[in-house]
Design a protein around this ligand. Structure first.
Ligand code: ATP
Ligand code: MG
Length: 362
């Protein structure tokens, strides 16, 4: 394996001699390796990109490069270090941003950023604040990048598209589960108009289209040794969309006091303290470029993304569990109920969520 990986690595414009190529972490999406070089030469990250999720990969790499080059320019203008505060994509020997191997697998390389701190989870308000700052900073660095990106994830967070799938699944009812989940279906139908109204503002440009990150987990933010945000990584999912989706998605998983598939609904609620900490960090960075409309709907985006997830779990249950991996026949239903509990908790605390935005955007 390592000999093959070394051979893959040789297809890129690396400085120095490759010493070894070793797996790094257990990424869910891509296979990630570190390329260690001899002596003082830089180390690199090598990734086999997941072509089942992202397609086409060359367009994805073009998107990433656009974003990286823009951030580098901004970092340089601010007197920062573009090799540490931005990702550096290393091209293949033929100049392409990827290498396609004999098995049709796509590989990409970027510079390894040394001396950083990464966190696996943001369970304290301090870390939620840092996570908010990271995403806000990323968004603000690309807020003036006006070129649209290629949409490599069609329909992403697009509730109108989800409702098309939803209507098709419900009318087919392929495994006869619909009748048992009438109550859960009503949860979706009761809020349909509210959610479509929000998305219509995105479609009509009332809520602007910008560049969003779309994978706001805290382990995608590298911090320096002082604890300050250094660089946001894992740019596979960058899209031209509303940046509110990043805030909403982060709040869906940062604030949940339970598990996404918690069977004990008493465990599940939205932790307002975590919400506020993230919102504070986020708005310190993003407050300067967000429009009034975006600020008005920031808190709503947490409900929107959580609602979308309730819909997707329930739809997959009715469809016979084709999309999400399940551990039991009821797993998608358990997830539906747990995410719905989170949505309800957000609805109960919505006034305070809105108030926090007004306060921090001040
Ligand atoms: N340029 C880099 N410099 C230093 N470390 C990096 C760099 N790129 C990635 N890493 C490390 O490798 C990990 C996995 O990288 P990345 O997030 O790009 O992969 P992934 O497959 O999307 O993983 P996941 O599913 O966990 O998000 C990161 O969380 C980080 O710790
Ligand atoms: Mg990642």
């Amino acid at each position: 394996m390592s000999i093959e990986l070394t051979a893959i690595a040789r297809n890129f414009r690396l400085e120095g001699q490759v010493e070894e190529v070793k797996p790094l972490g257990e990424g869910f999406i891509n296979d990630t390796f570190i390329i260690k070089t001899v002596g003082d030469s830089p180390n690199y990250i090598l990734q086999r990109k997941n072509k089942n999720i992202f397609s086409p990969i060359p367009a994805m790499m073009d998107n990433i490069q656009k974003v990286c080059l823009h951030i580098k320019k901004k970092v340089e203008q601010a007197g920062g270090d573009p090799l540490r505060e931005a990702m550096t994509i290393i091209p293949a020997n033929d100049g392409k941003l990827y290498f396609l191997d004999e098995e049709d697998e796509y590989w990409a390389v970027c510079l390894f950023i040394n001396d950083t701190i990464a966190y696996d989870a943001a369970e304290t308000p301090e870390l939620a604040y840092a996570g908010g700052k990271g995403i806000g900073k990323f968004q603000s660095l690309v807020a003036d990048l006006n070129e649209p990106l290629v949409n490599i994830l069609p329909g992403f967070h697009d509730i109108r598209y989800r409702f098309k799938q939803w209507d098709a699944v419900l009318s087919k009812d392929p495994v006869g589960r619909k009748a048992q989940v009438a109550e859960e279906i009503a949860w979706i139908e009761d809020r349909k108009e509210e959610m479509l109204n929000f998305w219509k503002m995105v479609e009509d440009g009332i809520i602007p289209t910008r560049i969003s990150h779309n994978d706001t987990k805290i382990n995608n933010i590298l911090f320096d040794k002082k604890g300050d945000v250094l660089c946001v990584i894992d740019l596979d999912t960058v899209l031209s969309s509303t940046v509110l989706n990043d805030f909403g998605d982060a709040m869906r998983f940062y604030t949940n006091t339970g598990l996404e598939d918690d069977e004990n609904l008493d465990n599940v609620s939205m932790n307002l303290e975590i919400y506020k900490a993230f919102a504070k960090g986020y708005l310190e960075e993003a407050g300067s470029f967000l429009t009034e409309k975006e600020l008005e709907y920031l808190a709503f985006s947490a409900k929107y993304i959580t609602y979308e997830q309730v819909l997707r779990f329930l739809m997959d249950y009715i469809d016979g569990d084709n999309y999400y991996k399940t551990k039991s026949p009821e797993h998608n239903l358990i997830r539906t109920r747990a995410q719905y509990k989170l949505l309800q908790s957000m609805e109960e605390q919505y006034g305070q969520m809105q108030q926090a935005i007004t306060e921090f955007a001040g």
